[in-house]
Design a protein around this ligand. Structure first.
Ligand SMILES: Nc1ncnc2c1ncn2[C@@H]1O[C@H](COP(=O)(O)OP(=O)(O)OP(=O)(O)O)[C@@H](O)[C@H]1O
Ligand SMILES: [Mg+2]
Length: 232
């Protein structure tokens, strides 16, 4: 392995709820996410995919066990450390979460704002470039309401990538798209990721997208049951 893993999870348990309602969602997760690769998480509804993704993405606090993210231990980390870690990440969600009153360019600009004043000085060329790479050069000033589902999701991908994150987390990013648009969006995301050395961790049920994965990790009732490398 040329680069160290982007993420190393060890003995990770997670619970939701309090008292009587307390319920364990993750059980002793051990996994490594290889740098620069597309790793896909699969499993039945309620198996713990989103819980694991949000823990790795610093969107939830580690309760028990360890997550090393880009060389930083997340267990017991203070808020400042988590905020700094999140700046190195990009997120794409099922609902694209675009601001309806902002143009494609302005939505992508929001993805740069978290990176502070430095990158914001050149936000226009940066946003134009990433939108162009995603085939939206003719839609820069469109509001989301005037874009198709696939185009909106490509704006969301542009927003996640514009700050050049080291790791991108995507939770069923294509669930709202038809098969062709979904494959198209993830193919573009994978290609841009490969060019930039970005690590991508994605939850999906789509068989076509599983075919694009470098590695598939299967979760069943909060436990990893299969995390083999794909052959070839
Ligand atoms: N905020 C929460 N409060 C209480 N329980 C939760 C919460 N979030 C998730 N859970 C529980 O944790 C378990 C795992 O949920 P999670 O959302 O990680 O599943 P998932 O694999 O992402 O499912 P899906 O494919 O439906 O998105 C489920 O039993 C769920 O009910
Ligand atoms: Mg989920």
């Amino acid at each position: 392995m040329a680069r160290p893993p982007s993420i190393t999870v060890r003995g990770l348990d997670h619970w939701f709820g309090e008292g009587e309602a307390r319920k364990q969602a993750l059980f002793g997760i051990d996994v490594e996410i290889e740098a620069g690769k597309l790793t896909v998480l699969v499993g039945a509804s309620g198996s713990g995919k989103t819980t694991l993704l949000t823990l790795m993405g610093c969107l939830r606090r580690v309760q028990s066990g360890s997550i090393m993210l880009l060389g930083q231990e997340l267990a017991g980390a203070d808020e400042e450390t988590l905020v700094a870690a999140r700046r190195r990440l990009g997120f794409i969600f099922q609902a694209h979460n675009l601001h309806e009153s902002l143009s494609a360019m302005q939505n992508v600009r929001m993805g740069l704002e978290v990176h502070g004043p430095g990158p914001m000085q050149h936000w226009q060329p940066a946003c134009r470039q990433i939108l162009t790479l995603l085939g939206l050069q003719d839609r820069l000033d469109y509001l989301p309401g005037n874009l198709s589902g696939g185009q909106k999701q490509r704006v969301a991908i542009a927003r996640a990538l514009v700050g050049n994150p080291e790791v991108v987390f995507a939770d069923e990013p294509t669930a709202a798209l038809d098969k062709d648009s979904a494959l198209n969006a993830v193919t573009l995301l994978k290609r841009l990721g490969e060019e930039r050395g970005t690590t991508i961790v994605m939850v999906t049920h789509d068989q076509k997208i599983l075919d694009l994965a470098d590695r598939i990790i299967t979760i069943d009732e909060g436990r990893i049951v299969d995390g083999r490398e794909k052959a070839g």
